[in-house]
Design a protein around this ligand. Structure first.
Ligand code: DP6
Length: 320
């Protein structure tokens, strides 16, 4: 009646922004991500017939905010008639600050929940369950480079390249630790309804996906850098042109972009990407990870820097 799983957050290089079916949480566009290795969420689910309601503890503190979404996801994994559960989560990075904590949480929850319910669920169904709760979570089920496709009738993920087959590094520059002002789910809908650029964003995604897929297949860092930076800035342009505008950046975010440009000018293999938050993720080849981390750490306004390699998908852990 219990299961423990670990999942890593993922960083999208070609972004998911917008939904085509809100009810089923189907994305309006495909996306491509990399799964990280050093950042993690460990989630334990234990069903308990004696409980009246689900209980969630995150990093040793009771948490009500996230509970309804986790409970609903667990209902879908284990069935509506399941016993109530103790859900315990440990996360080694800031939650809800644009670092994809929901991705690793829901990926870990579906895997742990299925084990606790004694069900053996394949990755296709897990993708639908995790992605139904949070689109990006489906990508954390797999490791390395992962594509979430938009053509399927359901949420589908596939691996483009294993972590060890193109070992890149990711340096995350934390510029703020509080939760973001508008969550991605709501922000995407505001963009879809009000941004004059939303239609063009959706139209152009196919060619960005093609370019990124080809770059991954060729291990072509320069081409991947170009399309990833373009796709990131395009997504933020969609947000900035929404009404109300959604600007997740702060002054330090911009300074980090300048730092990355400076490194590029010096011949360093690095590019940036930014999600729905003010943190900057710099993707580089491992030989430059130390230089990139040092440069970002010295950038005014950067609070902390975390470096990670690429890692594996969500998996069961022995119970502690
Ligand atoms: C900017 O997966 O958090 O990080 O499906 O509504 O839960 P919901 O959205 P979510 O959105 C992630 C948005 C993004 C880009 C990305 O990860 O692809």
């Amino acid at each position: 009646m219990q299961g423990t799983a670990i999942a890593q957050p993922n960083i999208a290089l070609i972004k998911y922004w917008g939904k085509r079916d809100i009810e089923r949480n189907l994305p309006a566009v495909g996306s491509i991500s990399i799964t990280l290795r050093e950042l993690f969420t460990r989630m334990r689910v234990e069903f308990d017939e004696a409980l009246d309601g689900d209980v969630l503890v995150v990093n040793d503190e009771p948490d009500q905010a996230m509970l309804p979404r986790l409970s609903a996801c667990l209902d879908r994994v284990a069935g509506m008639d399941r016993p109530r559960a103790h859900i315990t989560s440990h996360c080694n990075f800031p939650i809800a600050a644009g670092l994809a904590s929901s991705a690793s949480s829901f990926a870990a929850l579906t895997v742990a929940g299925a084990a606790a319910a004694g069900k053996s669920i394949g990755v296709d169904r897990l993708a639908s369950l995790a992605g139904g709760a949070s689109g990006s979570a489906a990508r954390s089920l797999l490791g390395g480079f992962v594509e979430l496709s938009n053509t399927a009738q359901d949420i589908e993920v596939r691996s483009l390249c294993a972590a060890e087959d193109w070992p890149l590094s990711v340096v995350v520059a934390i510029t703020e630790t509080g939760p973001k002002p508008v969550g991605s789910t709501e922000a995407m809908e505001i963009s879809r309804k009000t941004s004059p650029f939303f239609g063009r964003w959706v139209e152009q995604q196919v060619r960005d996906l093609d370019a990124a897929r080809a770059a991954v297949a060729e291990r072509d860092f320069v081409s991947l850098a170009a399309v990833a930076e373009h796709n990131c800035l395009k997504m933020h342009s969609v947000m900035w042109a929404s009404r109300p505008p959604m600007v997740y950046w702060n002054a330090a975010t911009m300074r980090c972009l300048q730092t990355v440009r400076g490194l590029q000018d010096d011949g360093v293999d690095v590019f940036f990407t930014i999600d729905a938050g003010p943190q900057v993720k710099a993707v580089c080849t491992p030989r430059y990870a130390g230089d990139v981390a040092a440069a970002l750490r010295e950038t005014p306004g950067v609070i902390d820097v975390m470096t990670s390699g690429l890692g594996d998908g969500a998996r069961l852990e022995p119970d502690l």
